[in-house]
Design a protein around this ligand. Structure first.
Ligand code: PMV
Length: 334
């Protein structure tokens, strides 16, 4: 058992979505998903042994102040800490401090980066020494499947094979392979009302879910091919189809889940008109929230940002890009 450990893990953006699970508790998906690790949207997690007391979860604020995490945030964190401690055959209680440098729970994959960073920090403090494959499986066991993808950088598929849905994530290409930009149009940075966990649970009640399962394999092949060839015109239409289909399933679930706001549609429309009126290769994707990610090439980023900022429902714009993946560092929160 070592002393204080800090891990930093990126959020990731799914090109082919994970939505609906075979086993929700263990986050076993029904098919592989593919994502891009982000560079700027990250979670930082510090863990430190707390030998004489129980586990404690703290949220670190911008200025460095720490506050006790609310129960709904702390509970899955504590369960994951306990899971990893058992896996290591025991260990001290921990103080866990975590911080996201982007809006939490707004469909920007904060659970992916948060659980990836927590898994890495706990693995080291408990002396687990997992291989990269084991690390992604441990991160997934948190209950956030997309956390498996946040343990790697660049372009990632999880699970690697559709014959082994309990398997590890694998990197399809490193970040240097293709410099894609992600302009995030925040139309509503508040927390969403229905968690993605609940969205996954309801997904199977949608009549469109079964059909989706038939369509995904071809899309996976298309996205992998587009990444290999660095072909945004091939990738883009699949991104948009996947985004719309996730929400089609969500909106037709019982009870239905509506993540979009009117601003979401305005942004989607503006992206379409950037393409049709200005010939700019920009494509949207949307996770379980109202905010829109616009994917484009570096040379088009400025114009996309400008266009997004000019839209009335867009409250702010974040600029991100494909990133190298997680790391340990010495900038502790505790
Ligand atoms: O990993 P979870 O349970 O937080 O679910 C992620 C769901 C989406 O972000 C909407 C899609 C995805 O593949 O990241």
């Amino acid at each position: 058992m070592s002393g204080t450990v800090t891990a930093v893990a990126p959020s990731n953006l799914a090109f082919v979505k994970y939505w609906g699970a075979r086993d929700l508790e263990r986050a076993i998906p029904r098919h592989p998903s593919v994502s891009m690790a982000l560079s700027r949207c990250r979670s930082r997690c510090t863990v430190a042994p707390r030998p004489d007391d129980g586990d404690e979860v703290l949220l670190a604020r911008e200025g460095g102040e720490l506050e006790v995490a609310p129960e709904d945030f702390a509970e899955p964190v504590l369960r994951h800490v306990e899971r990893l401690r058992r896996r290591a055959g025991g260990g001290a209680s921990l103080r866990v401090a975590t911080r996201n440098n982007f809006p939490t729970g707004a469909g920007l994959a904060s659970s992916a980066s948060g659980f990836a960073a927590l898994t890495m920090a706990c693995a080291r403090v408990f002396g687990l020494q997992p291989s990269p494959e084991e690390l992604s499986v441990l991160a997934r066991s948190s209950g956030s499947g997309s956390a498996a993808r946040s343990t790697l950088g660049g372009y990632v598929q999880w699970p690697e094979s559709d014959d082994d849905l309990e398997g590890a994530a694998a990197r399809l290409a490193p970040a240097e392979h293709w410099d894609l930009r992600d302009v995030v149009a925040l139309v509503d940075p508040g927390r969403k009302e229905v968690s993605s966990r609940e969205g996954h649970r309801r997904a199977e009640s949608s009549p469109h879910f079964r059909r989706r399962l038939q369509l995904v394999p071809e899309r996976l092949a298309e996205v992998r091919g587009a990444i290999r060839e660095r072909d945004l015109r091939r990738l883009g239409p699949v991104l948009e189809t996947e985004a719309v289909e996730l929400h089609l399933v969500a909106m037709s679930s019982r009870p239905p889940v509506f993540y979009w706001s009117p601003g979401t549609l305005r942004v989607m429309e503006a992206v379409r008109s950037l393409r049709t009126e200005e010939g700019i290769g920009a494509y949207y994707t949307i996770d379980a929230g109202p905010n829109v990610h616009v994917i484009c090439r570096p040379q088009d980023e400025e114009r996309v940002v400008e266009r997004m900022r000019a839209l009335r429902p867009v409250r702010s714009v974040l600029r991100d890009r494909v990133g190298a993946g997680p790391r340990y560092d010495g900038e502790h929160l505790l």
